[in-house]
Write a protein that binds this ligand. Structure first.
Ligand code: GNR
Ligand code: NI
Length: 173
C-alpha cells in the first residue's frame, strides 16, 4: 500500500502520538515502509505521524547520496537531556514542502529509545543528528519547526502551503 506524506495544515500533524507497547514484525514492517517513503521523498528523517500513523516511531538516515545507507530506527524516543549550548540549522520538513528556515535548538541531546530489535538504548547526539532527532520528537508531540518562527513568518508559510495543497488537489482531480 502506497502511503502519502501529510502536508500542513492538517489536524493529524498536530496530534500527540501514542507510545508503542511492543516491537513486533508489524512495527518493523512499518519502519521499513517509512524508510522507503523517506528515501523516495527524499528526506533525512520521517515520523510515523507524517504518514498518518499516530505512534511514536521515527526513522532517520543522514548518509549522503554516494555513501552506504545508514538507517536509524527509534521507537518511543525520549529526550532525557538537552545541552545549554545551541546550534542553528536550516531546517526543512517533508510536511512543509518547499519551506526552509533557520531554527535554533540545543546543540546536543541525549535520547532514550527502543531500537529495531526491541532493545532499550541510550544515544548522545550532536550536530545534524541532534537537530534531526529533536525535529522528529517534536512531530510526535504535534510540533512543527514553523512553531518556532514569528506569527508573521508562520502565517506566511501556512498560506503558501494552503495554496500548494489546492494546486496539487487540482492536478489529482
Ligand atoms: O529531510 C529533512 N531535512 C531536515 C533538515 C534539517 C533539519 C531537520 C530535517 S528533517 C526533514 C525530514 C522531515 O520532515 N522529518 O520529519
Ligand atoms: Ni519534519
Amino acid at each position: 500500500m502506497k502511503r502519502k506524506i501529510l502536508i500542513e495544515p492538517d489536524p493529524i500533524l498536530r496530534k500527540k502520538c501514542e507510545p508503542l507497547e511492543k516491537v513486533d514484525d508489524e512495527v518493523r514492517k512499518l519502519m521499513k515502509e517509512m524508510l522507503e517513503i523517506m528515501y523516495e521523498a527524499p528526506g533525512i528523517g520521517l515520523a510515523a505521524v507524517q504518514i498518518g500513523i499516530l505512534k511514536r516511531v521515527v526513522v532517520i538516515d543522514l548518509s549522503k547520496e554516494n555513501e552506504k545507507k545508514n538507517p536509524l530506527f527509534f521507537i518511543n524516543p525520549k529526550i532525557v537531556h538537552r545541552s545549554d549550548n545551541k546550534s542553528i540549522y536550516e531546517e526543512g520538513c517533508l510536511s512543509l514542502p518547499g519551506q526552509f528556515a533557520e531554527i535554533e535548538r540545543p546543540a546536543e541531546c541525549t535520547l532514550n529509545y527502543i531500537d529495531f530489535f526491541g532493545k532499550e538504548k541510550e544515544l548522545k547526539a550532536e550536530g545534524l543528528l541532534a537537530t534531526c532527532i529533536q525535529h522528529e520528537v517534536d512531530h510526535l508531540d504535534g510540533v512543527l519547526f514553523i512553531d518556532y518562527l514569528s506569527k508573521l513568518k508562520k502565517d506566511m508559510i501556512i498560506k503558501k502551503l494552503v495554496k500548494h495543497k489546492k494546486e496539487i488537489e487540482r492536478i489529482v482531480v
